[in-house]
Design a protein. Structure first.
Length: 191
């Protein structure tokens, strides 16, 4: 699917370990936006569909059962196991709703971007300029990259790299079992 706001591609992975019984193992969804400043909100329904709002236009993305191979339960959609979000230039605001349980990778691109992660495993790469990245309650990995970035851990385990620029990294509060690793990288950073 592609229009002026959003390009969506889907990759379906199938295991042929048993040639007589191939298994649909994963669906990887990639969302791409252009150089404009975008406001993106992603949520997941109980029936596994995703809702993606880009600049107040909402898209519902179905994950139908595979038609040629068996899935874990007959006629049951295989969940989105991985979601990639790629934004190009512009000052983007990306929010993952707590309902999103798939593993998510976000490439925020250039611009002063704001990213709020959720309860699933999240990986976030900032681009050039000042990014504000807030991890969620799930495991998180974040790189600010070029620019003076702010990276904030929440209750989940987190690994954060400021990289180039004057960065500010916060481990954040959490349970006594929480683990955080912070590396400011180049520049005069605050941890």
């Amino acid at each position: 699917m592609e229009n002026g706001n959003l390009k969506v591609t889907q990759e379906i992975r199938t295991s042929y370990r048993d040639p007589n019984n191939p298994q649909h193992t994963a669906t990887i969804l990639t969302l791409e936006t252009g150089d404009a400043s975008d406001v993106i909100h992603i949520s997941q329904h109980a029936d596994r569909r995703l809702s993606v709002s880009v600049n107040d236009q909402t898209y519902t993305l179905n994950n139908p059962p595979p038609t040629s191979h068996t899935s874990p339960a007959k006629d049951t959609p295989v969940p989105f196991l991985s979601l990639n979000t790629l934004t190009a230039g512009g000052n983007d605001n990306i929010t993952l709703d707590p309902t999103v349980t798939a593993a998510v990778t976000i490439h925020a691109g250039d611009g002063n971007d704001t990213v709020h992660a959720s309860s699933g495993t999240t990986t976030v790469y900032g681009g050039r300029r000042r990014d504000h990245i807030r991890l969620g309650s799930g495991a998180g990995y974040a790189e600010g990259n070029e620019g003076n970035d702010t990276l904030i851990g929440v209750t989940g385990n987190g690994v954060m790299y400021g990289n180039q620029g004057k960065d500010v990294l916060y481990a954040g509060a959490g349970p006594t079992t929480k683990k955080s690793y912070l590396d400011g990288g180049d520049g005069n950073d605050r941890l």
